[in-house]
Every structure is written in structure tokens, then in C-alpha cells.
Design a protein around this ligand. Structure first.
Ligand code: SF4
Length: 499
């Protein structure tokens, strides 16, 4: 038996609560400190850790949003730097990390299900390192639950501690106690972290971290810390590098990208519009951004987006509710009227823009009339797509102190009606594409049929068509032949020249 294996089998948690336990604190995380964010460029791997994963395999399961997907790319990059190789098979893995999402109860339940499921594997293979990271790791209630009921977990680290992964893995390999490092304070910005990107066609680039909006139902400002923007030059260099490597589409990422630049001390009055204006000059066919907050969506950004070119005409603009009173208790800081004003302003500037949105139904005290306001707003905006959710309280948020007084039956009925409308509008929007020629970025074979290629239009519609696999990674023109609610079937008409 190896030293590590002996250590794992002897692991003793009995003294943990009296000695090392420093749980993350949502209350602490709420504080926005005056401290200037540090921009660090000094990530390096200590000599004694450099080959710690040699001959071993890692697996990372990712839950939740695109930010998490991108954090996974960074963690994969770090693990590969210390010698680990990727595997998809959990039985072959020497380290399994669950990169978790805290935004909804459902997401958390899935993770706890997975932790339970991995218990058997851990029993058979005690040297396996099982880690929990991401947003759930920033919540004290989750950490307490893991410590008390899921002692198969070896490692817990938060969203601000990713750059410490080499040291944490080393500790987890040799410690007899669970290794936990979660900072409740906001993190710094570490620029030179390695990344293993998924695919080589579409890339994701963080432009900022955290969120200061504190919508009353949302846990993100606590789990991701305060808004911190990367320097524009770092972002521009990263996008240029991806263009050089042949990527065809870049999505700029942040929890609230429209607040980009507000915290930058070295450049005043520089926002998302300015950044997009610089990025659009880079030779890459498509640029997207997500997620927007209507409150911070300014005229300069609209002006820049209207220039078109590689800035695609799809706007994801979460509304959450169509009723101003609801929006007020959700802490969204805009009214129905202000949202519609912005919507029409963007539409006037970019007539072909398509819009998608997010909506929560069954928020505390939502009346039938207030829900009808949401339905009428959806009808008015004719969204191309809509992510719809039933409200569930997140512990530690202001909304969790309100009475969750809409019955599940009513919530489900509202969701069903909303989804029926969303489907109807999506089908109507797709019907307008019948017999049109659309530009498709070919991303790969369709999941349902390996003989069919699949990709997205500039407006983010899914298009399936038959063609040679050599087209993967190219922009092609496709004539739409058959229209479905959530996708279009077409016929390849010509390969588009490389942009
Ligand atoms: S803008 Fe609101 S919903 Fe979006 S991440 Fe910030 S607090 Fe959450």
C-alpha cells in the first residue's frame, strides 16, 4: 500500500470541528471592502508540486453557468501543469472535482446526489481525492452539511481560491483531515493562469468577476464577491491570441458585463461599449457577451453594437418579471417601462437583433395580475427564447426571509403557461427563417445524428444540415428547409469564405 493510500484509509475527522473548522460566511461575503483589487501575474507551480500528478488522471464535473464552465477550463489547465491527464471515466480518476452551482435548489440537490453516488467509489478506492469547489463551496450551510454527512469529501475550495489548486491538491494528498480553503472576502485577479479550453472553435473570455447588484433572490454577489474588472489590454490580448489560434467565436463573460470598467481605477470612464469597440477590430468572425443587466446597459454600448461586423445581433437581456412592483422587491433597479424603453432603443438601433431573457415565476407575493404583466411583456417583446424558473429561496439572501407563499401548484401552473407562450413565440420567430439563407458556424456533429452537422446562426438559432465533417469550424451558408420550435433544418448551399 502506498503512503498516500495509508493516509487516506486512516483519515480521521473526529477532531475537525474543534480544530481547523473555519466556515465560509455569507455575512462576511456581503461586505464590500475599500481594499483595492490586486492584479497578480505571478502564478507559478512550486518545484515540489510540479509533477505531483504524473501518471494520474483527473475528472471535473461542471454544474451551472458559463462562468463555471470557464473556471473548469482553468482548473483543468492547472491540473495538467502538475502532471494530471484528463479522463471521462470516474473509475480511472485519481482526483474528481465537482465544480458546483448555488443559484437554484435543484442545482444543489444534483451535486449532493453526485457526492452520495461517489461514496462507493471512494470506499473502493480510498486514495481517490474527491473535491467540491465553485459557488456551493462558498456557502456555510453547504460546507457544514458536507463536513457532517459526507466525509468522503477530501477537499473543499471556493471560487476565489482556484489559483491555489496545486497547493491544495498536495495538502489533500497527504493530510489526514479534510482540506478546506474558502475565502469569504472577494478575490484578486490572477492573470497568468493556464487553461485547457474545450474545443477550438468557440472560446470564452472573462472580462470581469463578481456582482454588486444584490438582486434580493440571488446568491451570486456572496459566492463570487464584488465586481472586479480585468484590464482591457489583458482581455484584448487574450482575444487576439484566440483569433491567432483560429477560434471563430468569442463570448465575453461576466455576471453583470454591463458594469464592466466601473471599478477600474487606472482608466476612468471606460465601459463595455469602449471594450467592444476595440474588440470588434480584431480579426475574429463573431463576438458575443453575457450576461447583461438592463440597468447598466448604456447608449454607448448600443451605438457600438449597431456597428455590426463581428458583433452579433443577439442580446440576452434578463427581465425576471414584467411587473414593476415585483421588480422592486426583486431589487432589479429598473421598472417594466424602463426595460421596454431600453428594449425598443436597442431594436431601433439594431433592427435585426433577436432577444432572449430570463424569468422567475412564483416570487413571494406574486399575484395573478402581476404574473399576467410578465406574460404581456413576453408577448410584447416576442423573445426568441426564454430561460424560465420557478422561484426557490437561497439561504442567506434577503428574499429567503420573505414568506415563500405561492403554492407549488400555482408556481407550476404559471410556469406551464409561460413556457407554452415562450414555445409559441420561438416557433413564430423560427418560421420567419423558412427558405432564408443563414450564416452558420459549424460546431460539430449533431448529438442526435452523427451524419448531420450542427451549429448556430449569428442570432443564436440552432441549425442542422448534412455536409462533410471537414466543414466543422467553418462558417457556411445554409438555406432553411424545415422549421421546428427550437431548431432549423437546412441545406448547405455554399461554404462561406474564411473571415
Ligand atoms: S445581476 Fe442580480 S441576478 Fe445577476 S448575478 Fe448579479 S445579483 Fe445575481
Amino acid at each position: 500500500m502506498t503512503k498516500a493510500k495509508q493516509d487516506k484509509t486512516e483519515k480521521d475527522y473526529s477532531t475537525y470541528f474543534q480544530t481547523t473548522f473555519k466556515p465560509p460566511s455569507l455575512k462576511e461575503a456581503r461586505r464590500r471592502r475599500k481594499k483595492t483589487i490586486q492584479f497578480l501575474n505571478d502564478f507559478s507551480i512550486p518545484d515540489d508540486i510540479e509533477e505531483i500528478g504524473k501518471g494520474k488522471k483527473y475528472l471535473i464535473r461542471t454544474y451551472g453557468c458559463q462562468m463555471n464552465e470557464h473556471d473548469t477550463e482553468v482548473m483543468a489547465g492547472i491540473l495538467e501543469e502538475i502532471g494530471y491527464e484528463a479522463t471521462e471515466n470516474e473509475e480511472n480518476a485519481d482526483i474528481i472535482l465537482l465544480n458546483t452551482c448555488a443559484i437554484r435548489e435543484n442545482a444543489e440537490n444534483k451535486v449532493f446526489g453526485e457526492i452520495g453516488h461517489l461514496k462507493n467509489l471512494k470506499r473502493e478506492k480510498p486514495e481517490l481525492i474527491l473535491g467540491v469547489c465553485g459557488c456551493m463551496a462558498q456557502e456555510e450551510s453547504v460546507v457544514n452539511r458536507i463536513l457532517q454527512k459526507h466525509q468522503q469529501v477530501d477537499l473543499i475550495f471556493g471560487t476565489h481560491n482556484i489559483h491555489r489548486l496545486p497547493q491544495l491538491v498536495k495538502e489533500a494528498l497527504f493530510s489526514k483531515e479534510i482540506v478546506m480553503e474558502v475565502w469569504s472576502k472577494e478575490g484578486d485577479i490572477v492573470e497568468n493562469l493556464p487553461k485547457v479550453r474545450k474545443g477550438n472553435i468557440r472560446g470564452w473570455v472573462n472580462i470581469m468577476y463578481g456582482c454588486d447588484k444584490f438582486c434580493t433572490y440571488c446568491i451570486v454577489p456572496y459566492t463570487r464577491g464584488k465586481e472586479r474588472s480585468r484590464h482591457p489590454q489583458e482581455i484584448i490580448d487574450e482575444v487576439r491570441e484566440l483569433a491567432r489560434q483560429g477560434y471563430k467565436e468569442i463570448t465575453l463573460l461576466g455576471q453583470n458585463v454591463n458594469a464592466y470598467g466601473k471599478d477600474l481605477e487606472s482608466i476612468k470612464n471606460y465601459g463595455l461599449g469602449d471594450l467592444m469597440d476595440e474588440i470588434r477590430k480584431i480579426d475574429i468572425p463573431r463576438i458575443r457577451f453575457t450576461t447583461s443587466h438592463p440597468r447598466d446597459f448604456d447608449d454607448h454600448l448600443i451605438e457600438v453594437l449597431a456597428k455590426g461586423g463581428n458583433l452579433v445581433e443577439h442580446i440576452h437581456l434578463p427581465v425576471q418579471s414584467g411587473n414593476s412592483d415585483m421588480l422592486k422587491i426583486m431589487g432589479r433597479k429598473y421598472t417594466r417601462e424602463r426595460y421596454l424603453e431600453l428594449f425598443y432603443k436597442i431594436k431601433a438601433a439594431i433592427p435585426h437583433a433577436t432577444f432572449t431573457t430570463d424569468i422567475i415565476v412564483g416570487f413571494p407575493n406574486e399575484t395573478d395580475e402581476q404574473f399576467e404583466d410578465t406574460m404581456s411583456l413576453v408577448r410584447e417583446c416576442q423573445f426568441d427564447g426564454c430561460y424560465t424558473f420557478i422561484y426557490s429561496p437561497r439561504e442567506g439572501t434577503p428574499a429567503a426571509r420573505m414568506e415563500d407563499n405561492i403554492s407549488m401548484e400555482v408556481k407550476k401552473e404559471r410556469l406551464q403557461r409561460l413556457n407554452a407562450l415562450v414555445n409559441e413565440l420561438a416557433a413564430e420567430s423560427n418560421a420567419k427563417c423558412a427558405d432564408q439563407v443563414v450564416e452558420v458556424l459549424v460546431e460539430g456533429a449533431s448529438k442526435k445524428n452523427p451524419d448531420v452537422l450542427s451549429g448556430h446562426t449569428r442570432t443564436n438559432k440552432v441549425v442542422n444540415f448534412r455536409g462533410p465533417k471537414s466543414l466543422i469550424g467553418n462558417l457556411v451558408n445554409v438555406r432553411v428547409k424545415n422549421v421546428k420550435t427550437w431548431s432549423l433544418d437546412g441545406e448547405l448551399i455554399e461554404e462561406k469564405a474564411e473571415v
